[in-house]
Design a protein around this ligand. Structure first.
Ligand code: GLU
Length: 303
């Protein structure tokens, strides 16, 4: 398939939507990002890459990082992780406290904030240097060095009252083993990782390839773990819009408030779109439309 032409056409077609929606403004470093940006990239399981638009411009990956931290936690402790975290969609806002109280501090899934903080806690328990190991994993996945944006990380920390509340609340139920500030430091930094669309598409290709990194043939997770991560992305990866994503796009996706969305076509390729304007569900408006166009044009969908 001529993916390059498909991506070029999508850039043209989504142009009227680029700049619409609302750029995340809970910290100044994100509010400053120009709304009128759109990038798209894909990486096939053969390791071939195609990209268009602002695909080389770094953005704050935010919640997309939750897939990488989950991957690292599964590498470290495997199924034991599920003693601490559920696998059901939450149907509540990503940073909700209410559900946690009902469920005795057990986070519904690893892609809401409570679940990701719980994953970070497990990384603190099982990694000698969790932040370095997370960066090393992502750098291996995309074949290039990636890093934290220190300004974003510091702003996450200084405004992260609700995340601190979630962590302390879970700690009160015995669901967090380590010092809350140490755990939150991992979580805030992972949100502040900067990547571009090409790096992100490469970094997700193992999930399209049964857990094996296409470029080096290195196993990252087992085929079963890859299937399960994809299942969680499909059911829990896009805030409260997982049903809408399944309906319109039909691919495992993980989105972030920086406007990035990573998507997986199992057995074929990984895709990343980025456009900072968010819709009411917190997902990139132009990014969502671009994924819908990609699936329509190529017929590549799980369904
Ligand atoms: N860093 C923000 C938070 O933890 C947003 C993460 C996201 O959903 O992309 O509240």
């Amino acid at each position: 398939m001529d993916y390059q032409s498909v991506l070029d056409l999508i850039v043209d077609e989504v142009r009227p939507l680029v700049g619409t929606g609302k750029v995340a403004d809970y910290i100044p470093a994100l509010a400053r990002v120009p709304a009128a940006r759109f990038g798209i990239a894909l990486c096939t399981i053969e390791g071939d890459v195609a990209f268009a638009g602002d695909a080389r411009e770094p953005f704050s990956i935010q919640s997309v990082s939750k897939v990488f931290s989950l991957t690292l936690a599964l590498q470290k402790i495997g199924v034991k992780l599920w003693e601490r975290i559920g696998r059901e969609p939450s149907g509540n806002p990503f940073n909700s406290l209410m559900q946690l109280e009902h469920e005795q501090g057990m986070a519904r899934n690893p892609f809401i904030n409570a679940g990701a903080i719980c994953v970070a806690d497990q990384l603190v328990s099982h990694c000698a240097a969790p932040k370095d190991e997370l960066l090393a994993l992502i750098s291996t996945l995309c074949g290039e060095a990636v890093g934290f944006d220190p300004e974003v990380a510091e702003s996450e920390r200084s405004t992260g009252f609700r995340n601190a509340a979630l962590a302390n609340f879970m700690k009160s139920f015995g669901k967090i083993d380590n010092d809350v500030d140490t755990v939150l430091d991992v979580y805030f930094n992972q949100c502040a990782i900067a990547m571009n669309c090409v790096q992100m598409a490469r970094a997700f290709a193992y999930l399209a390839n049964q857990g094996v990194l296409p470029t080096t043939a290195r196993p990252i997770v087992t085929p079963r773990q890859a299937r399960r991560i994809n299942a969680l992305m499909l059911t829990c990866g896009t805030y409260d819009a997982a049903g809408e994503f399944a309906f319109l796009i039909g691919l495992p996706c993980k989105s972030g408030v920086g406007g990035g969305i990573a998507a997986v076509v199992p057995g074929r390729l990984a895709l990343c779109v980025w456009s900072p304007g968010l819709g009411a569900s917190g997902n990139s408006v132009a990014g969502m439309r671009a994924l819908e166009l990609f699936v329509t044009r190529t017929g590549l969908s799980v369904f």
